[in-house]
Write a protein that binds this ligand. Structure first.
Ligand code: SAM
Length: 314
């Protein structure tokens, strides 16, 4: 079946559902102090490889054309290569993965061979002390090698996700830009989001930095600015010698208006909204009870119909 010919489903606010972010584990091998865990409440079990593949196939049959694997840290699943090759065999337009990069040096080639198109690497600083403070780990050099390796094997684009935090790394944006330029990666700066899952409730006030300040500088220097409509209107600034993308906070009406994404939690629940956990639709029990693909499609449609803009009207 030519998946590109399937019309995407739209919700009651006329937002097309184009992508699925599958969180394949809650587990992570580092412990970033600001992590929002993708808004997912930890559970004890994870979907099996075949269940992830099944869910991706049903999504594809409903016109979803992009898959992103996330977590937790997706590369710590021992079946990650199998997961990627099964999903990429389903002919999505785009299969990508978000990783902390700690295992990327070892996995890049295997991921590329398995059919992965591109990768986003969360990497906030080039300073070893700051890296250790943020992640409670010493993987900085390993992550740098991982990013280089991902570029080298032809994953494209390789994006570096940098959460900008006041007093920690906000003065490092241009160094990171330089590192990305030299490596062949693209820098994506992200504004810190307030999160309830963070144990230190003061952390947002302590570290939040308005990246509008950086955007003003980018605006002055840019030769061109592009807005990405199906990507929450993210802005891409083209500079003389490279480009930078900017991800503004997600807790606003603009984000909701431009949201085209469904999510799956590690235990196999459809999550219609990043910011809510009260309207999840379980797929795993039905899969384990033997539901057909058509019956699973109905559950997807139920989740799509329940998509409400979290912040006001679209
Ligand atoms: N382990 C993978 C990784 O490190 O990319 C995937 C999970 S991580 C939760 C996904 C993304 O969320 C990362 O780019 C991370 O920087 C971002 N993130 C986590 N907490 C955040 C927060 N409070 N504000 C903004 N971005 C955050």
């Amino acid at each position: 079946m030519d998946q590109n010919k399937i019309q995407p489903q739209t919700d009651t606010y006329q937002r097309p559902v184009l992508s699925l972010r599958i969180s394949i584990t809650n587990r992570c091998n580092i412990n970033c102090f600001y992590c929002h865990h993708d808004g997912i409440i930890p559970q004890e079990y994870e979907m099996e490889t075949s269940e992830i593949e099944r869910i991706a196939r049903v999504a594809r049959n409903l016109g979803i054309n992009k898959i992103r694997l996330s977590g937790g840290e997706p590369l710590i699943r021992t079946d990650i290569i199998d997961i990627v090759s099964r999903i990429s065999a389903l002919n999505f337009q785009d299969v990508s993965l978000t990783t902390n990069g700690t295992l990327l040096e070892d996995y890049s080639q295997k991921l590329k061979d398995a059919g992965l198109d591109r990768v986003n690497v969360s990497f906030d600083t080039l300073n070893p002390n700051t890296y250790k403070f943020i992640t409670k780990s010493n993987y900085l050099e390993k992550v740098k090698r991982g990013i280089k390796k991902a570029v080298e094997v032809g994953l494209y684009p390789v994006k570096v996700n940098m959460v900008v935090m006041r007093g920690l790394n906000h003065e490092e944006v241009w160094d990171m830009f330089q590192f990305c330029k030299e490596t062949g990666a693209i820098l994506q700066i992200i504004e810190l989001l307030k999160t309830e899952s963070c144990p230190d409730t003061d952390f947002f006030d302590d570290y939040h930095y308005d990246i509008g300040i950086i955007e003003d500088q980018l605006q002055k220097q840019a030769t061109k600015v592009k807005t990405r409509p199906f990507m929450q209107d993210r802005k891409k600034y083209f500079l003389q010698d490279g480009e930078i993308e900017v991800v503004r906070p997600m807790d606003n009406t603009e984000f909701c208006k431009n949201c085209t994404r469904l999510r799956i939690t590690p235990e196999g629940k459809l999550k219609p909204c990043l910011l809510r956990n009260d309207n999840l639709v379980d797929l795993i029990e039905p899969i384990r009870e033997g539901y057909s693909d058509e019956e699973l499609e109905k559950l997807f449609l139920e989740a799509i119909a329940s998509r409400e803009p979290y912040y006001g009207q679209c």
